[in-house]
Design a protein around this ligand. Structure first.
Ligand code: PLP
Length: 481
């Protein structure tokens, strides 16, 4: 009997070669495209078949529609895409995703995905070593930094709680538990505090110095005030590369405070931790090795396709204890050695998990750590170049020091304009540049000012792309007149 969904070898060959051709076409034309196609809501659905087929449709039609989907997308891998924190995917990483999906291993545990589990545990150790955290780091790959941060806060609470919150709930502690982070911390920390039931108000945000780094004197003050007010501080989050301006908090000083007050020390390096691969930037990250846990996203500055986040930690038993649950039959591992009984469900929230490690492994091994480090250093140098351009120009102003690969600046056509006028002008410029498709900048608020923000995590970008971006900003401003 013929299977309902299986295909014969010829069809399989066709799917595989035609899809590969499309990927090749995309990757070889990405730099020639507009960064963002002219688009409006509904345009994609108007361009493809929207009736669900009952009998199936031919491959060539479907791939043609895939081409339409590609054409109508925003191209995060374009050399002049500098919005948010998005990098191009390495070709080998993209094919890694394909291989992982073809294998379709479910990396719940060694029993379910033996090879994938061993690769993931090895990749986690590599990541720990790459950023000088711990070459023996444990951890797991996640969907991204938000998930990694949430798991870290969960483990921190379980570790530092005096009651059995797992069974009795958070409220049984009788006193709110507080988290500390700078006012520049990523929104995922407050969101995790909300989801986990700590409450957003109990994320105590600490003011920053004039370089947007957490003020550790104020951190101490806030902890002491909370302690005397009957609250229970349990965790401090340091940022190793803030999302707005890319600064690294004073991690060593934060680690000292964490030790003094017995807090879990989490470092959010989702964006910035790979910056430590640049020799000149290494000193900024001093103290990261003292963290109890570190988030780091291979899908940001290690150029791996989405999704690939990672949470690193070294107190394996603490993390396992946080997730240990009453066993269900299907998670009992009968007749396996300790290594074979390893299960990722003991370390995170997901049960079914993609084989994310394959694309991380392939990307790291294909290029080698030295070439990856070079790409990161080039991004850092390009951000510094942009910083110099805007500092030296009469019609631009640099709004924050360029510490890693983020540059925040604004267009200032004439002296004497108020901050409010400049905010409005720069917001319009950003919209015009984004819609124009020549380059893509996002925004940040720096010391209350609207900033055009370029985050360069892009191995395709060159100096001429930076020059062209500056020209696109000037042209947008002219066209607004
Ligand atoms: C510093 C930082 N932490 C966390 C995140 C969240 O990561 P994700 O989007 O992968 O959930 C981001 C995203 O940009 C980030 O920059």
């Amino acid at each position: 009997m013929q299977s309902a969904l299986d295909v014969n070898d010829d069809e399989l060959r066709q799917i595989s070669s035609e899809s590969s051709k499309l990927v090749f076409e995309y990757l070889t034309t990405i730099a020639e495209r507009q960064v963002r196609a002219e688009n409006q809501a509904g345009k994609t659905l108007a361009a493809i078949e929207t009736e669900l087929s009952s009998e199936g449709r031919p491959l060539d039609q479907l791939l043609k529609e895939c081409r339409t989907v590609m054409d109508l997308s925003r191209h995060n891998g374009h050399p002049r895409f500098f919005g948010y924190v998005a990098s191009p995917s390495t070709p080998i990483g993209a094919y890694g995703d394909l291989i992982a999906s073809a294998l379709n291993a479910n990396i719940t545990c060694w029993r379910s995905g033996p090879a994938g589990t061993e690769i993931e545990r090895m990749v986690v150790r590599w990541l720990g070593a790459l950023i000088n955290y711990d070459p023996k780091a444990s951890g797991l790959l996640t969907s991204g930094g938000s998930m990694a941060n949430m798991i870290a806060l969960f483990v921190a609470q379980r570790r530092k709680s005096l009651v059995n919150a797992s069974r009795e709930g958070l409220w049984s502690a009788g006193q709110p538990m507080t988290i500390y982070a700078s006012e520049e911390v990523h929104m995922s920390i407050a969101k995790a505090a909300d989801i986990l039931g700590f409450g957003r108000d109990y994320v105590r945000t600490i003011e920053c110095d004039d370089r947007q780094r957490m003020r550790v004197d104020l951190l101490r003050q806030k902890i002491e005030t909370d302690l005397s007010g009957g609250l229970r501080p349990f965790c401090v989050v340091g940022s190793a590369g803030t999302v707005n301006t890319g600064v690294v908090d004073p991690l060593n000083e934060i680690a000292d405070i964490a030790a003094e007050f017995d807090l879990w020390f989490h470092v959010d390096g989702a964006y910035g931790a790979p910056g430590s691969l640049d020799e000149a930037k290494k000193p900024l990250f001093a103290g990261l090795e003292r963290a109890d846990s570190v988030s780091l996203d291979p899908h940001k500055w290690l150029y791996v396709p989405v999704d690939a986040g990672c949470l690193l930690f070294r107190k394996d038993a603490a993390v396992r204890a946080a997730f240990s649950t009453e066993e269900a039959d299907y998670i009992k591992t009968h007749g396996y050695t300790d290594e074979e009984a390893f299960a990722f469900w003991d370390y995170g929230i997901e049960l079914s998990r993609r084989f994310r490690a394959l694309k991380v492994w392939l990307t790291l091994q294909y290029y080698g750590s030295r070439r990856i480090a070079r790409a990161i250093s080039e991004d850092i140098a390009l951000a510094a170049y942009l910083g110099e351009l805007v500092s030296n120009a009469n019609d631009f102003e640099l709004l924050a020091p360029v510490e890693l690969s983020i540059c925040c600046f604004r267009y200032v056509p004439q002296r004497g304009m108020s901050d409010q006028e400049l905010d409005q002008l720069n917001e319009k410029i950003m919209e015009t540049v984004q819609k124009g498709g020549r380059a893509y900048l996002s925004n940040a608020t720096v010391n209350g000012k609207f900033a055009l923000r370029a985050c360069i995590t892009n191995f395709r970008t060159t100096k001429s792309d930076i020059d062209e971006t500056i020209a696109a900003v000037r042209d947008a401003a002219q066209n607004l007149k």
